[in-house]
Design a protein around this ligand. Sequence first.
Ligand code: MG
Length: 162
Amino acid sequence: MDETMRIGVGVDIHRFCSGDRLMLGGVEIPAPYTVQAHSDGDVVLHALCDALLGAAALGDIGEHFPDTDAAWRNAPSERFVEEVVALLHKRSYRIVNIDVSILLESPKIAPYKQAMRQRIAAMCHLSVDAVSIKATTSEQIGFVGRREGIAAYCVCLLEEQS
Ligand code: MG
C-alpha cells in the first residue's frame, strides 16, 4: 500500500452588513443581515476551499480566485469549490471527509445543516456521511457574540493515490 493521508484546515470570517440572507454551505438562509464580500460571502465554502487547498499544499483561496480578477467577482462560491475539487482530482487526491464548524449567534442553522451537507457532498462528489456540519454560538462575546460577523472553520482529510 502506498497511500498518504494529508490533513488541511481552513478558516474564513466575514463582517455583517444590512441585508436579509446568508449563503452558508451553498444554502440560502434568511437572516437579519448579510455579509460584506466580493463573492456571495459563503464562509463555509471559503473555509472548505482553504482546507482542501491546504491539505494539498496548493496555496489559498485568495491566490486561486483573487477578488481583483473580474472573472471571480460576484462568483457563486460553489464555483470555487468545484475548481478546487477538479484541481485535487487532477493531482490524484481523493477527499476522505470534511468537518465544518460555524460560529454564528443567530439565526439557528440546525434546520439547514442537512441541506448544507447534501450541497457540499454533491460539489465534492462525496457521500453525505463524509460531510459534517456543526454550529455554535459565541456566548454573546467577541465579534461573533456581538453579531458583527460570522466565522467558519473546516478540517478535511485527503488520500493521495499513487
Ligand atoms: Mg471569504
